[in-house]
Design a protein around this ligand. Structure first.
Ligand code: PLP
Length: 398
């Protein structure tokens, strides 16, 4: 077993595209907030597949839904209806501002759909010159060319010019900057309610409400990218619920099906109607397997007290990290909402991540210096204590 895992890692280094700086472990099994590597070693998982496995690994209800659906119909294309797709769209609409849903397979694809929908809607309504989208500096919207162009971080653009035209970047949480940037070509504002990859950056309480007002006054669409912070991550089903400012369009992906690839674009009827047959499509989008899992995810989040646990455990983790901040002067800031929490260090976080891994705890670092904690939302107090003890040991060794 030892040999096989190590041999596969070595082979992976040869045959996989070199797009990730991967940790040298091979994961073979997961349950709840635990994963195991090919040597049988157990890890406590505060990454959850990058905010994907919100119900924990192999949640029994998700496994059951997948097993049942896999035995009935895995895929049939969007030339026909399938039940789970309609059921998931209904649930998303019932629990959000939305009235119609387009399904795809990833966050980047959801961003692409949002860009196309915003352009189509605005051109039809206001004229062909309306195509520009204001996005935020330090944002992240995905790696495909449209989503990359929407992403307001130069480091991701390098080497991929020319980008798609039609994007203007404004500082995050700066309403005045957006007001100034709006011009005759602007059709939409796209923003993460909380910036995730950018370092877990929260907006001022009234920022999103201000954006909504501005968009309503100027006839722009407000698009929220909830790919990372949606589906219960902040303690509410959608992060925008904290800010009392529903958008016109929202993108989802990551945890929508707890690990089965899926993406979604949720929109009001008035906006969604801009898409007509032939405008946009996805072979796999909304296939019965992924959407059956998605239905189970929403039902479980709501019915099994997961949102409540996220809120309570989020507060507990935040307090624990603030305690560490008092002890270690190199912790510059601790911030977050629910179970997306950032701990900003004075130095690069890579070594801390590696030391935690060596001690059996998986954490992640984003924006260079921000340790990001995005565990499954079923995490317990005892598991958070293990993380805090591990961090304390690792910080003390510095
Ligand atoms: C806010 C946000 N939008 C979009 C994406 C892209 O999602 P995907 O990797 O599924 O394409 C991510 C991924 O991290 C994200 O955090």
């Amino acid at each position: 077993m030892v040999i096989k895992g190590e041999a596969l890692i070595r082979e992976g280094q040869q045959v996989l595209a070199n797009t990730y700086a991967r940790n040298p472990i091979l994961l073979v099994r997961g349950k709840g907030a635990q994963v195991w590597d090919s040597n049988g070693r157990e890890y406590l998982d505060f990454v959850a597949g990058i905010a994907v496995c919100n119900l924990g690994h192999c949640h029994p209800k998700v496994v059951q839904a997948l097993e049942e659906q896999a035995g009935q119909l895995i895929h049939c294309s969007n030339l026909y209806y399938n039940g789970p797709q309609v059921e998931l769209a209904r649930r998303l609409c019932e629990h959000s501002f939305g009235e119609r849903v387009f399904f795809c397979n990833s966050g980047a694809e959801a961003t692409e759909a949002a860009i196309k929908l915003a352009r189509k809607y605005s051109k039809a309504r206001y004229g062909p010159e309306r195509y520009e989208i204001i996005t935020m500096e330090n944002s992240f919207h995905g790696r495909t060319m449209g989503a990359l162009s929407a992403t307001g971080q130069k480091k991701f653009h390098q080497g991929f010019d020319p980008l798609l035209p039609g994007f203007t970047y404004c500082p995050f949480d700066d309403l005045e900057a957006v007001t100034q940037a709006i011009g005759p070509r602007t059709c939409a504002v796209m923003v993460e309610p909380i910036q995730g990859e950018g370092g877990v950056i929260l907006p001022s309480p009234d920022y999103l409400k201000g954006l909504k007002q501005l968009c309503n006054q100027t006839g722009l669409l407000l698009i929220y990218d909830e790919v990372q912070v949606g589906m219960g991550r902040t303690g509410r089903l959608f992060a925008y619920e904290h800010y009392d400012a529903p958008p016109h369009v929202m993108t989802l992906a990551k945890s929508l099906a707890n690990g089965v690839p899926i993406g979604a674009l949720v929109a009001t009827n008035e906006v969604a109607e801009a898409f007509v047959p032939g405008d946009h499509a996805s072979t796999f989008g909304g296939n019965p397997l992924a959407t059956a899992a998605g239905c189970t995810v929403i039902d479980t989040l709501i019915e099994d007290g997961i949102l409540e646990n996220c809120e309570v455990m989020g507060r507990y983790l935040l307090q624990g990290l603030l305690g560490l901040k008092k002890r270690y002067a190199f912790i510059k800031a601790v911030r977050g909402k629910g179970l997306i929490i950032g701990c900003e260090l004075e130095f690069e976080g890579k070594e801390i991540v590696e030391s935690c891994l060596a001690k059996g705890v998986l954490i992640n670092c984003t924006a260079g210096k921000v340790l990001r904690f995005i565990p499954p939302l079923i995490i317990t107090r005892e598991e958070i204590d293990i993380l805090l003890e591990t961090l304390n040991e690792v910080f003390a060794e510095r």
